[in-house]
Design a protein around this ligand. Structure first.
Ligand code: PEP
Ligand code: MN
Length: 669
C-alpha cells in the first residue's frame, strides 16, 4: 500500500468507460438509422423539434440526478442529435457510387479542404480533392466540368461575410447544393519545440493575421510573413526546417506536415465557426422530409419599402430567414442586391407559391438552390417559447397537395398577378407608368463616326436612350451581320459620350453574360421571341429586357414568351410592338397599335412601339409615332441614320437627323 491511487489502473478504467461511451454512441446511431428506415415510407419529416426538445429535457434531468452539469449533457446531446439528423437526411438523399471530384481554395489541409472532407463524409461518398489558387479558379473548375462539387467559405462568425464569394454567386451560373460548418481552430506550429520568444518569423494568411492579432502582438521578436493560406504556411515551415520559423493554421495541417504544435487556441475570439457553401453545376432535388434551406439573390423594385415587402412575403408564408446580406449591384452605384437564405425547399408547393409572390414583388430573383440545412435554429434553450410553428410548417409541407404539373396558379405577366404597373429602370431612366421614353439610333452600328454622329443628333433632339444593333438577325446570311463585340464598344463609347443609356440586340445564350455587362437594356429581336433558351438565360441576369413581338405571334404567345423571362427570375421586361405579318403589302409589316390597349388590360409590363420596323417606310414613322402615343404607348423605338440611303441595314425606314428632330418637335407639341 503506497497510499497513492494506482494511476495506471484508473486510466485503464477511464479508457474502458470511453470505449463504452463510443460503443453506446454507435448503438444509438444504429437505432437512429433504423428509425430513419421506419420513417422512410412515411411523409414524416426528419426533424421533429418537439421530440428533440423532449430528448434534451430527459437527459438533462438524468444528468441532474447524478450531479452532472445539465448544460454539459445538453451540449453533448445536441451534437449527437445534430449528427443523427444529418445521418437520416443523408440516407434520404441520392449518393454517388463514383468517386466525387471536389475543388477547394488553398493548399491541402486548408479550412476549406477540411470542410470539404467533412461534407463528403456526411454524404457517405468517396472523393478526390484538388486545391486551387483563388475562389474564382474553384468556380472555373466547376463551370468547365473539371470537378463535380466546389466548396467555398462564405462567412465566419468573427470576420463576417466573404464578399468575393457572394460576388461569384451573383455573376456565375452555379447552384448551391449544400452547406457545411467548421470550427476554426488556429494553432502555432514549428519543426521543433522552442520558447515562443525565440521565434523570428511567423507565416500566416491574411485571415490568421486578422483573427490572431492579440496573440501575434505577444510575439514581439518575430515578424509576420504573409502566405496565401494556412496549409501553405505550414508546408513552407516544414520545408524550411528552421526552428526559428513558425506557421499559423489548422492543427490538422500542422499534423499532416509533421510539425510540433507550440500553442493552440490562439485566435482572439473564443469560438469561431466558418460556414461553407457547396456548389455544383446544376441544382439538386432535396427530399421534402429533409430539413432544408434555400438561397437566392434578389433585387428590389424602386419603390418605397420594397425590401420590407419582400421580407414580409417570406415571413408571412412561414419561411424563416436565416441570413440576409447585401452587395453592391453591378453597374448601379449605391444600389444593392440582397442574398437571402431561408428555411424551405423549392420542391415544396408552398415555397413555390411564396417564390412566385416574391418574383412579382421584386425586380429580379435568382434561386441559387435548395440543400440540406446544417445550420438551423434547433435546440430552443430552457424557458424559450416553443417554436411550434416550425413543426407545423414542416408538417404542412408534407401534407400540402403537390401543384398540378406544368401549370402555375397564375402567370407572373398577368395584370391580376400585380396591381401596380411595373416600372422598369434603365440607367437612370424609368420606363412605364406615366413617362414617355424615346429610344433612337441606327439600325446597325457601322462605324465610330456614324454612331457618334447619330448619338449626338438624337440626344440633342431629346431622345432618352441610344439604340444600335451589333449582332444583326438578317434574313439573308449574305447581308451585313453587324460589327459584333467591336460594335458594342463603339455603341457604349457613343452612349457614354452623350450621356445616354444604350439598347442593343442579344441573339444567343452565349452572348448574354458579356452583353449584360455593357448594355443597359438587352433587346430580344422579333425573330428570337420564341427562342426559349435565350429567354430563360435572360431571366437569370439582373438587366432589363426589351422583348419584341414575333413576326407572326399573337399577343398571348408574346406574353407567354415574357413569362419565360419573369419565371426565371427577371421581372424587368419591356414589351415592344414592331408590326406583324398580314396580307397587307403596302407596308413592310402591319403595326398593330390595338395591341397597346389590349396589353395594358392584360399585363402590368410597360409597352413601347417601334414604328420603323412596323411600317418599313420613313414617311409613316412620324404619324404612327404620334398614334402610338395616343393609344397609351410608354415610348418609342426609332431608327435614325446620318445618311439613311447609305445605311447597311433598314435604309428605307431610317430617319435622317433632321427628320428625327422634326418628329421630336411634333411630339412635344
Ligand atoms: C432591329 O431593331 O433592328 C430589329 C432587327 O428589329 P426586329 O427584331 O423587330 O426585326
Ligand atoms: Mn432594323
Amino acid at each position: 500500500m503506497t497510499g497513492t491511487p494506482d494511476l495506471e489502473k484508473l486510466r485503464a478504467e477511464l479508457d474502458d468507460i470511453d470505449r463504452h461511451l463510443v460503443e453506446l454512441i454507435a448503438r444509438r446511431l444504429e437505432t437512429v438509422t433504423a428509425v430513419g428506415e421506419a420513417k422512410a415510407n412515411s411523409s414524416a419529416p426528419v426533424r421533429d423539434i418537439e421530440r428533440e426538445r423532449a430528448v434534451l429535457e430527459a437527459v438533462e434531468a438524468v444528468a441532474r440526478q447524478h450531479g452532472v452539469s445539465g448544460d454539459l449533457v445538453r451540449r453533448v446531446f445536441r451534437e449527437i442529435i445534430e449528427h443523427a439528423v444529418d445521418r437520416q437526411s443523408a440516407d434520404l438523399m441520392p449518393t454517388s457510387a463514383q468517386v466525387v471530384t471536389v475543388a477547394f481554395p488553398g493548399a491541402d489541409h486548408s479550412y476549406s479542404h477540411l470542410a470539404a472532407i467533412k461534407h463528403v463524409a456526411g454524404r457517405g461518398e468517396k472523393a478526390s480533392y484538388t486545391g486551387h489558387k483563388s475562389y474564382a479558379d474553384v468556380v472555373a473548375a466547376l463551370e468547365s466540368g473539371r470537378c463535380d462539387l466546389a466548396v467555398l467559405p462564405i462567412e465566419d462568425t468573427t470576420a463576417g461575410s466573404i464578399n468575393q464569394v457572394y460576388d461569384l454567386l451573383q455573376h456565375r451560373d452555379v447552384a448551391v447544393v449544400g452547406e457545411e460548418t467548421w470550427r476554426v481552430d488556429y494553432c502555432l506550429a514549428a519543426v521543433a519545440e522552442l520558447p515562443l520568444g525565440a521565434l523570428t518569423h511567423v507565416l500566416t494568411d491574411p485571415r490568421g493575421l486578422e483573427q490572431c492579432g492579440a496573440f501575434l502582438r505577444t510575439l514581439s521578436g518575430a515578424v509576420a510573413v504573409h502566405n496565401a493560406d494556412g496549409g501553405e504556411a505550414m508546408r513552407a515551415v516544414a520545408e524550411r526546417a528552421d526552428p526559428l520559423y513558425a506557421a499559423i493554421g489548422s492543427p490538422e495541417a500542422a499534423d499532416a506536415h509533421g510539425l510540433v504544435v507550440l500553442r493552440t487556441g490562439i485566435a482572439d475570439a473564443a469560438e469561431t465557426y466558418a460556414r461553407f457553401v457547396v456548389l455544383a453545376a446544376r441544382p439538386i432535388d432535396v427530399d421534402a422530409r429533409v430539413p432544408s434551406k434555400t438561397s437566392l439573390v434578389l433585387t428590389t423594385r424602386h419603390e418605397e419599402g420594397a425590401l420590407l415587402r419582400c421580407l414580409e412575403i417570406l415571413a408571412g408564408s412561414g419561411h424563416s430567414l436565416t441570413k440576409l446580406e447585401s452587395r453592391p449591384r453591378a453597374g448601379r452605384p449605391f444600389e444593392y442586391l440582397f442574398f437571402i437564405d431561408f428555411e424551405g425547399n423549392v420542391a415544396d408547393p408552398r415555397t413555390q407559391l411564396m417564390l412566385d409572390e416574391l418574383r412579382s414583388a421584386a425586380l429580379y430573383v435568382k434561386v441559387l438552390g435548395s440543400y440540406p440545412a446544417k445550420v438551423t435554429r434547433i435546440d430552443p434553450q430552457p424557458g424559450e417559447v416553443p417554436q411550434a410553428s416550425a413543426t407545423e410548417a414542416l408538417e404542412a409541407v408534407v401534407v400540402a397537395p403537390p401543384a398540378p404539373a406544368g401549370r402555375r396558379p397564375k402567370r407572373l405577366v398577368d395584370r391580376d398577378a400585380r396591381a401596380e404597373d411595373t416600372v422598369v429602370r434603365v440607367g437612370d431612366l424609368l420606363v412605364g407608368g406615366t413617362g414617355f421614353v424615346v429610344m433612337a439610333g441606327p439600325c446597325s452600328v457601322e462605324s465610330a463616326e456614324q454612331v457618334r454622329a447619330t448619338a449626338r443628333a438624337v440626344r440633342d433632339a431629346g431622345a432618352h436612350m441610344l439604340r444600335g444593333g451589333v449582332f444583326k438577325p438578317r434574313t439573308s446570311p449574305y447581308a451585313f451581320q453587324g460589327l459584333g463585340w467591336d460594335g458594342l464598344e463603339l455603341l457604349a463609347a457613343a452612349g457614354r459620350e452623350v450621356g445616354l443609356p444604350i439598347v442593343t440586340e442579344v441573339m444567343a445564350v452565349e452572348q448574354v453574360a458579356r452583353m449584360a455587362r455593357t448594355a443597359d437594356l438587352l433587346q430580344v429581336g422579333a425573330r428570337n421571341m420564341q427562342n426559349f433558351d435565350l429567354l430563360r438565360a435572360l431571366g437569370k441576369v439582373d438587366r432589363p429586357i426589351l422583348l419584341k413581338r414575333g413576326l407572326s405571334s399573337t399577343i398571348d404567345e408574346w406574353l407567354a414568351a415574357a413569362e419565360y423571362v419573369l419565371s426565371a427570375g427577371n421581372q424587368q421586361v419591356i414589351l415592344c410592338e414592331r408590326g406583324i405579318r398580314t396580307f397587307e403589302s403596302a407596308t413592310r409589316n402591319t403595326l398593330d397599335l390595338s395591341a397597346v390597349p389590349v396589353l395594358h388590360e392584360r399585363t402590368h409590363l410597360p409597352v413601347i412601339v417601334d414604328p420603323s420596323h412596323g411600317t418599313g417606310n420613313r414617311r409613316y414613322v412620324a404619324p404612327m409615332s404620334r398614334a402610338a402615343r395616343s393609344v397609351g404607348s410608354h415610348g418609342l423605338l426609332i431608327e435614325v441614320h446620318p445618311q439613311p440611303d447609305t445605311a447597311l441595314s433598314d435604309a428605307d425606314q431610317s430617319l435622317d437627323h433632321a427628320q428625327f428632330a422634326a418628329l421630336m418637335a411634333s411630339l412635344a407639341r
